[in-house]
Design a protein around this ligand. Structure first.
Ligand code: ASP
Length: 324
C-alpha cells in the first residue's frame, strides 16, 4: 500500500524547476466515468468508498454516502491523520476540521473541534440545523453535544502518542509544512440521480500551532461542490490550497469547459508557480468529478494516490504529477 510516508520517501526532489512539457506522467486514469461514482483521496479512500457505495448502489443520496464514507476513517483508531486518533498539535491536542457540501450550495463546516468522534456529522449538523456555515472550537463542541447529542470522547492511539513524544524531544517550531506530517480524506460523489456532494475531514497538520486551521474545512479551498460545475476536494498543504482557493478554482475551470484532470493540473501549476523555490516541501493534490461523471486528479509530487468506486471499478490510482 502506498502510504503518505512511503510517498515522502519515494519523492525525489529535482532541484530547480522542471519545464511542464517534460514533467513525468504516470499511468493514466482519465476517461474513468461513472454514475453513481465516488472518489476519495489516498489509499484509505478505498474502504471509505466501499462504505459510501453501500448507499450509492441502493440509490441513496450522495450526501449520505460521503458522510458515512468518511466516518469510517474518522473512527479508525489506527488512523494518524484523520479523527481523534490523529497526530496532535504542538500542545498535545488532536484538533479536528471538517466540511460537507451539496451541489445546491448548502454547506457546513467545523474547525478546531476537540473530543468529538465525527466532525463530519457536526459539519452536516451546522448545515442542516443552523443558519450558519461554520462553527469553531468550544462552540462547535457545545453544538455537537447539546444539539446533536454527541458525547465527548478520546481515542488513545499509541502510535500517535509515540510520534508526539518523539517530536517533543526537539519540539522544533518550524512553521514549514513538512510533507511527512499530514493527510486528509476528501470524498466526492455523484449519486444515481445525478446529484453531487462532498465531504472533507482531517486532524490537519501534525504538531501544528494550537488553533491552526488548514484548507480542509474551508468551503472553496478544501472542498467545493456545484451542480453546474462538478465536485472537487483537495489534500496536502492547506495554506497553499487556501491561497489559491483551490477547490473552487478547479470547479470554475470545469464550469468553463475544462476536463477535470486539466482543471486539477492547472490548480496544481498555480501552487507550483507561487512556491517553485520551495516546492520540495510542498505537496498538494486535487481530485474532481465533472458533470458527466468523469474523474480527474493531479498532484504536485509523485505519490499522490486516490481511490475510485463505480459499479465496475474499485481501485486505487496513482495521480499524475508535476514533479517526480
Ligand atoms: N490539507 C490538510 C491541512 O492542511 C492536510 C492534508 O491534507 O494532508 O490541514
Amino acid at each position: 500500500m502506498t502510504t503518505r510516508r512511503n510517498f515522502i520517501k519515494n519523492t525525489a526532489f529535482i532541484a530547480g524547476s522542471i519545464p511542464f512539457m517534460s514533467l513525468a506522467e504516470t499511468r493514466t486514469n482519465s476517461k474513468i466515468k461513472g454514475k453513481p461514482i465516488v472518489v476519495s483521496t489516498w489509499d484509505f479512500g478505498k474502504v471509505a468508498n466501499q462504505e459510501a457505495w453501500k448507499i450509492l448502489s441502493s440509490r441513496g443520496s450522495a450526501l449520505d454516502a460521503v458522510e458515512k464514507g468518511v466516518m469510517l476513517v474518522e473512527s479508525d483508531p489506527t488512523q494518524m491523520s484523520v479523527g481523534l486518533a490523529g497526530l496532535p498539535d504542538r500542545d498535545g491536542h488532536p484538533t479536528l476540521d471538517a466540511c460537507i457540501m451539496k451541489g445546491n450550495g448548502d454547506c457546513g463546516s467545523v474547525v478546531f473541534l476537540e473530543h468529538i468522534m465525527h466532525p463530519i456529522s457536526v459539519a452536516r449538523g451546522v448545515m442542516e440545523k443552523t443558519p450558519h456555515v461554520m462553527l469553531a472550537g468550544e462552540g462547535a463542541q457545545q453544538f455537537a453535544i447539546n444539539t446533536l447529542g454527541m458525547k465527548k470522547e478520546t481515542i488513545i492511539n499509541p502510535k500517535s502518542q509515540e510520534a508526539y513524544k518523539e517530536w517533543l524531544k526537539k519540539s522544533e517550531y518550524a512553521p514549514i509544512i513538512n510533507i511527512e506530517n499530514h493527510d486528509t480524506i476528501g470524498m466526492i460523489a455523484m449519486d444515481a440521480n445525478g446529484l453531487f456532494a462532498g465531504a472533507c475531514t482531517t486532524s490537519g497538520l501534525a504538531f501544528k500551532m494550537h488553533g491552526r486551521v488548514g484548507d480542509s474545512p474551508i468551503i472553496g479551498a478544501g472542498l467545493f461542490v456545484d451542480e453546474d460545475a462538478g465536485a472537487v476536494t483537495s489534500t496536502g498543504h492547506g495554506e497553499e490550497v487556501i491561497r489559491i482557493a483551490g477547490s473552487h478554482l478547479v470547479a470554475e475551470l470545469m464550469r468553463n469547459g475544462m476536463s477535470p484532470e486539466k482543471a486539477c493540473k492547472t490548480a496544481v501549476e498555480r501552487v507550483y508557480k507561487r512556491k517553485k523555490d520551495n516546492i520540495k516541501n510542498i505537496q498538494v493534490g486535487f481530485i474532481a468529478i465533472s458533470l458527466e461523471g468523469e474523474v480527474g486528479a493531479y498532484g504536485v509530487h509523485k505519490g499522490f494516490t486516490y481511490s475510485v468506486k463505480t459499479d465496475s471499478i474499485d481501485e486505487i490510482f496513482q495521480g499524475k504529477f508535476l514533479i517526480e
